[in-house]
Design a protein around this ligand. Sequence first.
Ligand code: SF4
Ligand code: SF4
Length: 313
Amino acid sequence: MPNCLTLKKSNCKNCYKCNRHCPVKAIRFSGNQAHIIGNECILCGQCFVVCPQNAKQIVDETEKVRVLLQSGDPVVVSLAPSFVANYDGVGINAMRDALQKLGFYDVEETAIGATIVKNEYERMLKEDGRDVIITSCCHSVNLLIQKYFPAELEYLADVMSPMQAHCQDIKKRFPNAKTVFIATGMKRSSLNIKGLKELEGSGVSYCAVCDGAFYKDKTVAVIGGGNTAVDDALLLSDIAQKVYLIHRRDVFRGEESLVNRIRTKENVDLLLNRIPTAAGMLTKIGLLKQAPINTLKISIFSTLALRPMFLSI
Ligand code: SF4
Ligand code: SF4
């Protein structure tokens, strides 16, 4: 399996967060650095997402693509649908125009491959007469079964992923073509509030495990409503004197057991329906009656010292 994730050693602070979030515990520590064990990893990317130090890096294949573009053969892009999340209001035609300007021959959506895969599933159901078929377009789910549940392999549909099916289809239609798969993925969630950038690293943190100890016996705020936020608030409740857990909705998204535990902590205040609008400013959200969904009436609720502030969203 090719190496898709690497470790930028100097950045790793040995905080164990990646290991706690790895679903198969495929990370080992040596020399105070977190190393991925290639033959145990299922390439889920969790360690990349949660690392607060950006120590995990996705291998960059831009240079390989440059070489392909210079080869003289047509290079066709299979474009994953996630591009719409990264380029607001941009459609496939605009993406095609942009990529053709960079030298690509054509751009097609990976959905073509998804249709090929779906047709193959339908054929299997009709012709193979199997009672149970496990199907997933997710590479990590397929790897999980291959590596950790070999007894279930007989149920796993032996079908290519949409990306592979699409690239194979492109090569049938353009015999000399080279293919490049582009999946734009996601960005780390942050908040678009005044003063945040300036305070990153000196009052605004993305990792309670790494930075929590700096705030022993202090008052801290955690922003978020999922498992990470509740988990961070629990951890900080044993370090800080007071913890405010602030969530923009009226219920937490985190697991019930975690939420129940946080409710028992006497030094944790749960502040719902509130968002920070600037470092040091907290705002209460109220839905405007009879207004279209998503229309929010925002009024200043109170001012609270939100430094240090842990962004766990
Ligand atoms: S989460 Fe990042 S900084 Fe922490 S141990 Fe893993 S790689 Fe190192
Ligand atoms: S990519 Fe997923 S499975 Fe692999 S080491 Fe990271 S968290 Fe674990």
